[in-house]
Design a protein around this ligand. Structure first.
Ligand code: FES
Length: 169
């Protein structure tokens, strides 16, 4: 009989240590990556993405604004295009709403339903929202449209990461 035969107990020990180590690495790696990757850190700290929209050209009518940016995820970099509905409120403050419906994620349009010309409408299940993003009771969405934090630099509009809408009273 060979001296190097692994007992059942040893085999179990090796296997469990291996699996445990693998799982621990799986949990730790994202934390390590987050700590050392400046791009991801910037994202968490609230990176803003430039658009070609001049703030001086905005009116009180919601306008679709598209913007593009590069998203880096570990080794993979991709081009992302997002859009917002943007207008100036009565005080001249910029309001930028996410177009993602809070029901099941379809894309809403301003004046999307001709029967409700001053609302956002979702084409999927008839969801509707007021101009400030507030969901209309009796339609499927149960929350207001998210809002983008915005910044202005050299007259152009920059978009942050969408957040829950607290402009809706
Ligand atoms: S996804 Fe918009 S109403 Fe259902």
């Amino acid at each position: 009989m060979s001296k190097h035969r692994v007992s059942r107990r040893q085999f179990l020990n090796y296997t469990l240590t291996g699996v445990g180590g693998f799982m621990a690495a799986g949990m730790l790696m994202p934390m390590v990556r987050f700590a050392i990757d400046p791009v991801l850190e910037a994202e968490a700290g609230g990176e803003y993405h430039a658009s070609k929209q001049k703030v001086s050209d905005l009116t009180n009518e919601p306008k679709r604004v598209d913007f593009k940016f590069k998203q880096k995820d570990a080794w993979y970099e991709s081009d992302v295009t997002q859009m917002a509905w943007v207008y100036k409120d009565k005080e001249g403050k910029v309001v930028a709403l996410s177009p993602i419906c809070k029901h099941l994620g379809c894309t809403v349009s301003w004046k999307g339903n001709p029967d409700y010309p001053n609302q956002f409408a979702c084409p999927c299940h008839g969801g509707r929202y007021e101009k400030n993003g507030k969901n209309i009771p009796g339609t499927p969405p149960t929350a207001p449209l998210d809002v983008y934090p915005t910044k202005v630099k050299d007259g152009f509009l920059y978009f942050g990461k969408p957040k829950p809408n607290n402009i809706v009273k």
